[in-house]
Design a protein around this ligand. Structure first.
Ligand code: EPZ
Length: 418
């Protein structure tokens, strides 16, 4: 397994290009299943998770063409309605094929994704919503079996906002008979991006980005050519890296509108921030002030930025409290940061961080995507050498992270496993 080696202590300088958003690309690529012509997607990030979803779509019978950052998909030949366990367990967002398969093929057999490092990750709200639209759903031998002659619009209330649940049911409702209302829907930019694509395909979706989304079903959807929005979590990760290393960084090709919560917190920390139309200039300044953070569904502070921000607080002046309200087990990075000298105490869903003058480099282990990003950030600012192992987690959601950091002056390299 590859690892990343970092010699810490270099303030980042220069410009970084933000790639397309993983969590927008995944549902948008799956939406190609809803039509039977060639769809073209530009600015698709080159990530392991994208490879996984394209492998699944191909197994279902779609034709796939990849040319750099452009992906073309034609689902006219869609014939297999089964998403197998060995693929779904590797990439839980595969559950997004469930509703499009029922909408297009009237049936679906999709493996239950199972939990992951950060939590149980149930899909009960996906299934409850699909059943509300008239699907027969049974669970057998670790699989969801769903079928419906034709889905019929209805009102769906989510007990808690679910990003992929909202996306899954938006796609089901787009081809259902009549009107569907999603209440307490997720408001993430990636949900809005999917709704925009579906509307360009001929869907009739209103209210995406708010808690109430209405979808008027249509008989068919047409192929589309679209561009994937920038990745707001990659944007936030580099912004935190600039503040952490007292660097001077221009984050380019991003969407400042999508990172308001992160900008607000970094200003409180003391970083100097200038926002442009599609760029954000971040200058880290000493001292790094301690700031409390609580994660919330969008537009709150994103849970996917919690681990990265904890690294910043671990070298801040004073005490800070970080509370994780979205996932039940998203402090796995704490034990590895402690090994680097961080002073963090976890109590339930909160972590109390006492800033220390500096972290010290160490060999550490990545456990999930955003935890691995936080360990790289810690290595950038730690004294000495940090070795981050199992960085296949990182490659799931960050495109060539070490190369981007190298271009900003960091002493970082990837060591291929033999
Ligand atoms: C999406 O996951 C993202 N993944 C996650 O990003 C992100 O952390 C998460 O949203 C929250 O923002 C993609 O978009 C591919 P949820 P998702 O359903 O949709 C509970 C990353 O690092 N819930 O919004 O799986 C659930 O347990 C990844 O890029 C149910 O109870 O998250 C959680 O507590 C990690 N029942 C809360 O809702 C359900 O049926 C939010 O989960 C569904 C969810």
């Amino acid at each position: 397994m590859d690892k990343i080696i970092i010699e810490g202590g270099v303030p980042l300088q220069g410009e970084v290009h933000i790639s397309g958003a993983k969590n927008a690309a995944l549902p948008i690529l799956v939406s190609a299943l809803l039509t039977d012509g060639w769809c073209t997607y530009q600015n698709v990030p080159r990530l392991r998770d994208i490879d996984s979803i394209l492998q699944l779509l191909s197994m279902l019978g779609a034709q796939i063409e990849v040319d750099g950052y452009t992906v073309r998909i034609n689902a006219a030949g869609l014939k297999n309605a089964e998403a197998p366990y060995d693929l779904v367990r590797k990439m839980r967002a595969s559950i997004l094929v469930l509703c499009p398969l029922v909408a297009r093929l009237k049936t679906a057999k999709v493996s239950l994704p199972g939990g992951c490092a950060i939590g149980a990750r149930p899909i009960n709200l996906h299934l409850k919503g699909l059943a509300r639209l008239g699907a027969d759903i049974t669970l057998e031998h670790g699989y969801v079996l769903a079928s419906a002659e034709r889905l019929v619009g209805d009102e769906i209330y989510f007990e808690t906002p679910t990003v992929t649940g909202t996306e899954n049911l938006m796609m089901a409702a787009a081809l259902a008979q009549g009107k569907t209302i999603l209440k307490n829907a997720a408001r993430e930019p990636e949900v809005v991006a999917l709704a925009d694509v579906l509307n360009q395909m001929g869907a009739c979706i209103k209210g995406a980005g708010t808690a109430v989304v209405s979808i008027e079903g249509v008989p068919a959807l047409k192929p589309v050519s679209v561009r994937i929005i920038p990745d707001r979590i990659e944007t936030g990760t580099f912004m935190v890296a600039a503040a952490l290393t007292q660097g001077d960084l221009l984050v380019r090709d991003c969407e400042p509108e999508h990172v308001g919560g992160i900008i607000d917190k970094l200003k409180q920390v003391g970083a100097a921030i200038q926002v442009g139309a599609k760029s954000i200039h971040v200058k880290g300044r000493a001292p790094i002030e301690s700031v409390d953070v609580k994660t919330f569904p969008y537009p709150g502070f994103p849970t996917d930025m919690q681990a990265q921000f904890m690294v910043l607080m671990s070298v801040a002046r004073g005490l800070s409290v970080i509370s994780e309200t979205v996932f039940e087990n998203r402090f796995i990075h704490v034990s590895e940061l402690r090994r680097m000298g961080a002073d963090i105490t976890v109590s339930g869903h909160s972590a109390v961080i006492k800033g220390v003058p500096s972290l010290s480099g160490a060999p550490v282990m990545a456990t999930d995507l955003r935890a691995s990003a936080s360990l790289v950030l810690a290595g950038l600012v730690a004294s000495g050498t940090t070795e981050v192992n199992r960085i296949y987690h990182l490659d799931r959601g960050y495109e060539a992270m070490e190369t981007k950091f190298q271009k900003l002056g960091a002493r970082i390299r990837r060591e291929k496993s033999n």
